[in-house]
Design a protein around this ligand. Sequence first.
Ligand code: AMP
Length: 214
Amino acid sequence: MNIILLGPPGAGKGTQARKLVDERNMIQLSTGDMLREAKTSGTEMGNKVAAVMERGELVTDEIVIGLIEEKLQGDHAGGFIFDGFPRTLAQADALADLLKSHGTQLDTVIAMEVNDDALVDRITARSTCGNCGEVYNDHTKPQPADGKCSNCGASDFKRRADDNEASLRTRLMEYYKKTSPLIGYYHAKGQLQWVAGLGEIDEVAGAISAVLDA
Ligand code: AMP
């Protein structure tokens, strides 16, 4: 099964994707993670996109489609979770073509519904474990007092360079201008399912599971 998690920054796409990986043997393809990795390892492409990402703008379709194309090689029986991709109509068309060329297709698009106030609050309070990617929130899930990640025990917490209010404003505008049209696109294809994204992590996961099992 191949699915897209669609929603604005801070909707909880990454957190829910990680749960699906654990529970359903699916593979998470996060273009944001891939781009951050390219940035950290100092590749030419990583250096090129660093400033664009920090401003909160979208990097080019060509770059992200290329990243996804690479990851679709090979046999992945559990299917893919596309997290943060596609973000434009051109990316959505490219994804359909790529899946078709691999003899598969998209099954469901989960649109995660959240309000903007909650997004600002979540993102400015967000940190992650640099080792395993576990997500923390200063208010609802603070970093453990012993300084060790509750998932993997590492002591390497990170805050994203673009998790600040100025960049978030741009990221939200990019979402509404370029990504939210995908809601209509997938609705028209009969593939869109809404899930309330504001509840507790397990509650949202339950709602997503119910959609996938229906
Ligand atoms: P994310 O981790 O999904 O919030 O992505 C972080 C940043 O990476 C975004 O603000 C964009 O600058 C860039 N990015 C990630 N995925 C895409 C995409 N599919 N298309 C364009 N830019 C992307």
